[in-house]
Design a protein around this ligand. Structure first.
Ligand code: ADP
Ligand code: MG
Length: 672
């Protein structure tokens, strides 16, 4: 990222005071060059610019105070502590230390003048600061800071003062001021001017966040334009195999499925490689939509690769695709990492000879030694673990195939606008008819016995059930339910029923075996970890109990719950939480209880805890924002997008300047 700021982008070692050891420390937090340091922004600010009178302090306020020590005593409460009381003529304040040295104690004798900075708490004997940042002084008080003091994210061995002395040096570098580059604003965040208030800082942050979101949008658009310049196999309408599948399906496609199939097939008709994201809630029927795309490719004797995130899901897709496509004369194969080597060799040969037109698999499908004879389409079923890495890996395989990505992650529309601006988006916003609402209850774990008897009743009526736990085995550190001991407990409580166990550490063969038994009705209860969240389809399962739902993400809960309610009988879900429940956790569980709409749930999730979970893969997998925080800044996206479009139209030189300023290291240099 040098183009926009020649001369200012230097190795950190060019700053005063950065030797080999500090260099290593800085590298630990991603700071290699001065531009990295410029973008290493404070997470918050402290106001040490004025002294607050002790008569005016309030609880929870962070402030700088001065006073004279009136008493110093060691108290032996629940924990030994040193309590130093100061007064300034307007009021009193206690400074409390749980760790203190004899020397510290001696330095805080009655009569000493002290300046202290910290957060005010309301303690047993009035207002207190716990472990304040303090300094004793004689006659002249320390000078006050001119403006707000930045607080940086840091690492061991790197103090705030050191960071501040480094960022202070940035000001002297020759940053560009062209084309509305953000350097002046960035410097301002490192060293706010004396009069700047917290509100003014927030508005600078907002301005920069919008800038960064615009840059992100432009990067995505750049990728899209780049792709449009490439060519791949056009797959126009050919035979009528799709119609045959439609006749064989045994159900009618929903209106939304028909619309999305049309959108996908239209994309395939051109030479421009498709990159389309199909978003559809759990159970909305994404798989069959993908099947129509694979059929179109097969009609041209070109191949489709379908990648699933887990073996269970790959096997399930294999079953479905075989059932749908084999009668049309299209051969389908399965490739997973756990197949015996001989079988795998056989399958890879079928793929490389072109004999297999559809290959379903896990990551194994995209390893170097699997080469396709004529790959025209890749379908990635990411369920809600929506990541971008795999997408990239597939694109790198020679000819760019058409790509279809399916996700059950309900991504709020504002976010898709910018974050997925490189993709076309289709929405399956309708569930197949006859799907019933899942009766969802939020129940405290003190009522576990009732839940077990509810389970017994449900099984007695012929249903099956899932019991989901966050852990595989008991943990000494986490007070969470584990699948192993839960399975034992349930088997003991319900001796007349067959209880199975499924978790991620079992071998794939064993997992498949257990799933098979559960599907076949040979098991009544499946105690599982969240591995079942992806794609298990057992229509007779109509009750799900989820332990520690308060510790799971709303989207994850929604996905899990989607595993029941796939049959004709009314399904229920019990969220068995560990009490007591905090206000936020309660609000979150109520969202799940009251709604089955994945999009609504995702939006609430964003409101109640931010986009972290939702965008986790996107952010950690590909890049994270330097400054934009989707919890605070999602509302800026429409404006950022509009501005990006405007810049593309009328100010290409600003586009480049913006990309140079914000281009994250791993996105590389992208020219538009
Ligand atoms: P998801 O979108 O969660 O991947 P699936 O594709 O697994 O959903 O579909 C869930 C179930 O619904 C499957 O058993 C599938 O065959 C069935 N299904 C899909 N579309 C319809 C439809 N239009 N009518 C009835 N059942 C459907
Ligand atoms: Mg699916």
């Amino acid at each position: 990222m040098t183009a926009g700021n020649p001369g200012a982008d230097l190795p950190v070692t060019s700053l005063r005071g950065v030797g080999p050891s500090l260099k290593t420390t800085l590298e630990r937090i991603g700071i290699f060059r001065t531009t990295d340091l410029l973008l290493h922004l404070p997470t918050r600010y402290q106001d040490r610019s004025h002294v607050t009178n002790l008569g005016q302090i309030e609880a929870d306020q962070e402030c700088l105070v001065r006073g004279r020590v009136v008493t110093t005593k060691v108290s032996f409460g629940r924990k030994r502590s040193l309590l130093v009381t100061i007064e300034d003529g307007s009021g009193y304040l206690g400074l409390r230390f749980f760790h203190f040295s004899r020397r510290q104690q001696a330095g805080l004798q009655t009569g000493t003048q002290v300046q202290a900075f910290g957060e005010i708490r309301f303690g047993p004997s009035g207002f207190e600061m716990i472990h304040p940042d303090y300094r004793a002084f004689d006659s002249d008080p320390p000078t006050l800071e001119a403006g707000l003091t930045p607080i940086y994210p840091t690492t061991k061995g790197l103090g705030q003062n050191r960071l501040r002395s480094l960022t202070a040096q940035l000001e002297k570098l020759p940053w560009s001021t062209d084309h509305g580059t953000p350097y002046a604003d960035l410097l301002l965040l490192h060293k706010p001017s004396a009069e700047m208030t917290a509100t003014e800082i927030a508005s600078v942050q907002e301005r920069l966040a919008k800038d960064e979101l615009t840059a992100y949008y432009l990067i995505m658009r750049g990728r899209q334009l780049e792709r449009q310049r490439q060519a791949t196999t056009a797959l126009p309408r050919a035979q009528q195999l799709g119609r045959q599948l439609l006749n064989n399906l045994g159900f009618q496609l929903t209106g939304a499925q028909r619309r999305v199939v049309r959108e996908v097939l239209e994309d395939l008709e051109t030479k421009q490689p498709m990159l389309r994201l199909v978003q559809g809630d759990v159970g909305s029927g994404k798989t069959v939509v993908a099947a129509f795309a694979a059929i179109r490719a097969a009609e041209h004797f070109t191949q489709t690769a379908i990648m699933a995130p887990t073996e269970i899901l790959a096997e399930q897709h294999y079953v479905n695709f075989s059932r749908w496509l084999s009668p049309l004369g299209i051969s389908v194969v399965l490739l997973t990492g756990s197949q015996p080597a001989k079988e795998r060799r056989q399958v890879t040969t079928q793929i490389s000879s072109g004999e297999a037109l559809v290959a379903v698999g896990t990551h194994a499908l995209f390893q170097q030694h699997v080469s396709f004879a004529k790959l025209a389409l890749t379908i990635i079923d990411e369920q809600h673990r929506f990541g971008v890495h795999q997408r990239m890996a597939l694109r790198n395989k020679g000819l760019v195939p058409h790509q279809l990505v399916m996700t059950a992650t309900p991504i709020p529309r504002t976010l898709t606008m910018a974050l997925y601006a490189d993709m076309a988006v289709s929405l399956i916003d309708e569930l197949p008819r006859g799907r019933q609402a899942i009766d969802t209850r939020v129940v405290a774990d003190s009522r576990r016995a009732e839940v077990v008897s509810r389970l017994r009743d449900s099984l007695a009526k012929g249903g099956q059930a899932y019991w989901v736990c966050p852990l595989i085995e008991k943990s000494d550190h986490l007070d969470l339910a584990d699948a192993e001991s839960t399975a034992t407990a349930i088997a003991e409580a319900l001796p007349e029923h067959r209880v199975g166990l499924l978790h991620g550490r079992m071998s794939s063969a064993k997992k498949a075996d257990v799933m098979q038994s559960f599907s076949a009705g040979e098991l009544d209860v499946l105690v599982a970890t969240t591995v079942i969240e992806v794609g298990v389809d057992v229509a007779n399962a109509n009750l799900m109990i989820i332990e520690n739902p308060e510790r799971m993400g709303l989207t994850q809960l929604h996905q899990l719950r989607g595993r029941v309610g796939r049959g004709d009988t009314r399904a229920s879900c019990i969220l068995l939480y560990k009490s007591p429940l905090g206000a936020n956790a309660k609000a979150r569980l109520q969202v799940i209880r009251d709604s089955q709409d994945g999009f609504y749930i995702a939006e609430q999730d964003l409101n109640l805890r931010g986009g972290g979970e939702l965008l986790g893969t996107r952010q950690t997998g590909e890049q994270s924002f330097r400054l934009a925080d989707l919890r605070k800044h999602a509302h800026l996206i429409p404006e950022a997008v509009a501005r990006g479009d405007e810049l593309l139209r009328s100010a290409p030189q600003s586009v480049q300047a913006l990309l140079d300023a914000w281009a994250p290291a791993d996105t590389g240099h992208i020219s538009v």
